[in-house]
Design a protein around this ligand. Structure first.
Ligand SMILES: C[S@@+](CC[C@H](N)C(=O)[O-])C[C@H]1O[C@@H](n2cnc3c(N)ncnc32)[C@H](O)[C@@H]1O
Length: 211
């Protein structure tokens, strides 16, 4: 019998650890955090910024080892990390405690497809990074936004040499834009393709839920 995706990811995190995605965060995460702050004077960092963010909630969907979760939590956001790999969530929480960014952190080990469909939790920032193979994932993720909340969705571009195996669909920028634009409560829908280190490219969606 073929192992299921949860088992595959769990084994991968256990065997390869940070080698899977590296330990550097995506730069767009810091930009998304800055976008949450209406007062530009609070943006550069420091205590004022931390205070402004501490009332806000963020979720990292399919967080893995938490290279992006760390940025959210360190910025002062009340941060939730969801992943169906117990190995990943345990390692993420362990690193957070060891590095001191566990204050307000919630780690949830579950399949995010049913979780997104049923949870009553809502977030000011919803992040999904490299979450391929989940149908209508953008629609489900957008449903978790609080009024005025920001969505950041990052995918491997269809022609990127980095990413999931060929049998897993990689939506084009047009498909990503179409799915997000169909949600009439989303505004400022933007999709761009960025090249990283001239080696691989990502499709990046940002959008805001109407207040
Ligand atoms: C490509 S990795 C990306 C990890 C992380 N977002 C990052 O960029 O470093 C995909 C992650 O999504 C998780 N995942 C995939 N499908 C999932 C599902 N249905 N429910 C919960 N987690 C899932 C995997 O366990 C894995 O940790």
């Amino acid at each position: 019998m073929e192992p299921d995706m949860r088992t595959l990811w769990n084994d991968r995190w256990a065997e390869e650890g940070a080698a899977v995605e590296g330990s550097e965060p995506n730069p767009e995460v810091e930009e998304a955090i800055a976008g949450l702050l209406p007062d530009a004077s609070a943006r550069p960092g420091g205590e004022e910024r931390g205070n402004a963010l501490s009332a806000l909630r963020a979720v990292d969907l399919g967080a893995g080892l938490g290279r992006n979760t760390r940025v959210l939590a360190r910025a002062g956001l009340q941060t939730t990390a969801v992943d169906f790999s117990p190995v990943a969530i345990a390692a993420l929480c362990e690193h957070a405690a060891a590095e001191g960014w566990d204050d307000g952190l919630v780690g949830i080990t579950t399949d995010l497809v049913p979780w997104m469909a049923t949870t009553q939790e809502r977030y000011d920032l919803v992040l999904g990074c490299y979450m391929h193979g989940i149908d209508a994932a953008i629609t489900s993720a957008a449903g978790l936004l609080s009024p005025g909340g920001h969505l950041l969705w990052i995918l491997h571009a269809p022609d990127s040499p980095h990413g999931p195996p060929p049998q897993i669909h990689r939506p084009s920028a047009e498909e990503v834009f179409a799915e997000a634009s169909a949600l009439d409560y989303l505004t400022d829908v933007r999709v761009e393709t960025v090249v990283r280190d001239e080696r691989f490219s990502d499709t990046i969606l940002t959008a805001v839920r109407q207040g």
